[in-house]
Design a protein around this ligand. Structure first.
Ligand SMILES: [Zn+2]
Length: 151
């Protein structure tokens, strides 16, 4: 599997420790997940890794790192709005999904996680000139109206 530079199109193996292309471009993963098929979902696993057939990293190392990310409940707020209770993630954040898959990838390409992180940090200590980027989209959480109390 490869990364493709978003700027110059250079390909690089996903086992690289380079945080980005030498031209300053960002890596895009050259991966197309298989078409969703319920039979490929591991019904015995109660975490996001039940969907691992649709994830780029392969192997079983996810078993060493998962804390049960995903599978948070959905609660009805009203007739039109359902709320996903992601504060029930291991670290109380929706970011646990991405972090778990990132560490899955790190362990898949080998070495200890701390060694990989240190290597990446060293490589990015003097990063190449970053490409011009659009200003990041501002995130604002939607205002959720308070429920009227029924008495
Ligand atoms: Zn490049």
């Amino acid at each position: 599997m490869n990364y493709i530079c978003s700027r110059c199109g250079e390909k690089n193996d996903t086992a690289t420790l380079k945080a980005g292309c030498e031209c300053g471009g960002l890596w895009k993963l050259d991966y197309k997940p298989p078409k969703f098929d319920l039979d490929k979902v591991d019904q015995r696993e109660w975490s996001l890794f039940r969907y691992r057939a649709f994830m780029p990293p392969e192997g079983e190392v996810w078993r060493d790192i998962t804390l049960g990310e995903g599978m948070t409940p959905v609660t009805r707020f009203n007739d039109d709005i359902l709320l996903k209770m992601d504060y029930e993630m291991p670290t109380l954040s929706f970011k646990d999904r991405g972090a778990a898959v990132l560490i899955f990838h790190c362990k898949t390409i080998g070495g200890s996680i701390s060694c990989r992180i240190q290597a990446v940090t060293r490589e990015t200590a003097s990063p190449p000139t970053p490409p011009e980027r659009a200003s990041p989209a501002r995130y604002s959480s939607p205002r959720v109206p308070r429920r009227k109390r029924s008495r």
